[in-house]
Design a protein around this ligand. Structure first.
Ligand SMILES: CC(C)(COP(=O)(O)OP(=O)(O)OC[C@H]1O[C@@H](n2cnc3c(N)ncnc32)[C@H](O)[C@@H]1OP(=O)(O)O)[C@@H](O)C(=O)NCCC(=O)NCCS
Length: 392
């Protein structure tokens, strides 16, 4: 296997972008990453596009072909283009496909992109489309929605570990603080713990401000062999680990719903692959689709012991400048969560942070960055570790 590097990255503005189409956003992201890498479109060997549900959100399937066509890579160059679907982890898996394709020696220059256009349908349509990422027969058909499923995780976490309402709310407060400094973020406003607790109820204990929003957006990175990376850039970012794990799709079959075992496995394998430990990581972008999801993630990845994630958050240990910077981009909460794009946007943030290009949200001296992207309530998890150093 060859070592792999990222040499270009680009994220579009995230938000309710009614004037944009999916094809238009993903082409902007692709061209942005190509320009960032200084490559020629015709050098691209293959494309992997993370997308959860083009069919239900915009009535368009066959997205691999569509994107290759609108990127100008189909008619003349016939570049192979594959859509990757794993619900909210579609982007993370698209990146992993690109990494494996380059590591194996099959291709030399690969685009991993992700895109979702969620705001063309109404709220109930979005909720039902997202619920299709849970077990339709055991959960969806009983009326379980994503906020509902994660609220069950939150309630049990509160009961088992004494996690408080304020600790949950502070995840959102911290991520909005970070997102203020991210120009692509959907919500760039400061919020308080009181505002989170007293905003519109969604599913006990969550209010609207505990939830990631409904979002349009796209992101893209360029993946090449590490030995070629300096041909394109002076600041290659090396992929030191790329892992993926699975768990039961429905919550009732889990050993313990407050622990996402797919996160535990993917995290452990990633640390083994990179020959690193949690204390080596300087910043992590975790999948905070709901406030409880960030608390579970920082525990399950090994940054804090089980049950201690809420306390660590409220004590400031996950803020920029704390023990480990968690979601310096603003996370899914502040940036928004265009589901298929999120895993690639997380990788873009890792690239910007490692290059020292993150502006006012820059974490000091980042040497190792991690991304954590979850599909459903934890049935799929993709973890990546990136570094400015190539490793042995
Ligand atoms: C929480 C949720 C139900 C709110 O949807 P909604 O009730 O239809 O909200 P609306 O779109 O009507 O927005 C109402 C207002 O709240 C704001 N808002 C909506 N969601 C928000 C969020 N998550 N955070 C902050 N503000 C939000 C809107 O901008 C709007 O503000 P305005 O009145 O000033 O324009 C929806 O965002 C949701 O389903 N989130 C979870 C998505 C999800 O499950 N993703 C997959 C996770 S794995």
């Amino acid at each position: 296997m060859r070592d792999v590097a990222i040499v270009g990255a680009y994220t579009t503005k995230f938000g309710e972008l009614w004037e944009r189409s999916l094809r238009d956003m993903v082409v902007e992201a692709g061209i942005g990453s190509i320009e960032d890498a200084g490559i020629d479109g015709k050098d691209i060997d293959a494309m992997y596009i993370g997308n959860m549900s083009g069919g239900r959100f915009i009535g368009q399937e066959h997205l691999g072909a569509l994107i290759a066509d609108y990127a100008g890579l189909a008619k003349e160059f016939h570049v192979p283009s594959t859509r990757v679907e794993a619900a909210c982890a579609s982007g993370g898996l698209a990146l992993r496909q690109a990494v494996m394709a380059v590591a194996s020696g099959y291709y030399d220059v690969v685009i991993a992109a992700g895109a979702e256009k969620m705001t063309d349908i109404d709220g109930s349509g979005v909720t039902d489309t997202l619920a299709a990422a849970a077990d339709r027969e055991w959960e969806g058909i009983m009326g379980a929605t994503f906020p509902g499923l994660y609220s069950m995780i939150a309630r049990l976490h509160m009961k088992q570990y004494g996690t408080t309402r304020e600790q949950l709310a502070d995840v959102a407060v911290k991520n909005h603080e970070n997102g203020i400094n991210n120009p692509i973020a959907q919500y760039r406003n400061k919020i308080t713990i009181d505002q989170v607790i007293n905003s519109t109820k969604v599913s006990e204990p969550f209010t609207i401000l505990d939830c990631s929003p409904v979002t349009d957006g796209a992101a893209s990175v360029i993946v090449v062999p590490a030995e070629d990376a300096r041909k394109y850039t002076d600041t290659p970012i090396y992929v030191r680990a790329s892992t993926q794990a699975s768990d039961t799709i429905s919550l009732h079959d889990r050993r313990d719903i407050t622990t996402l075992d797919a996160t535990v496995a993917a995290g452990r394998w990633a640390f083994e692959q990179a020959k690193l430990k949690p204390e080596d990581i300087d910043m992590v972008e975790v999948h905070d689709c709901f406030t409880i999801a960030e608390i579970c993630a920082i525990e399950d990845l090994g940054f804090f012991k089980k049950g201690d994630g809420g306390r660590a958050t409220l004590d400031g240990e996950t803020r920029i400048g704390g023990k480990i910077a968690v979601n310096p981009s603003g996370g899914l909460k502040s940036c928004g969560h265009p589901v298929g794009a999120t895993g690639i946007k997380q990788a873009c943030e890792a690239v910007y942070q490692l290059r020292g290009e993150a502006g006012k949200r820059q974490v000091d001296n980042v040497k190792y960055a991690m991304t954590h992207n979850v599909g459903g309530t934890g049935a799929t998890c993709a973890v990546h570790i990136f570094s400015t150093e190539r490793g042995q």
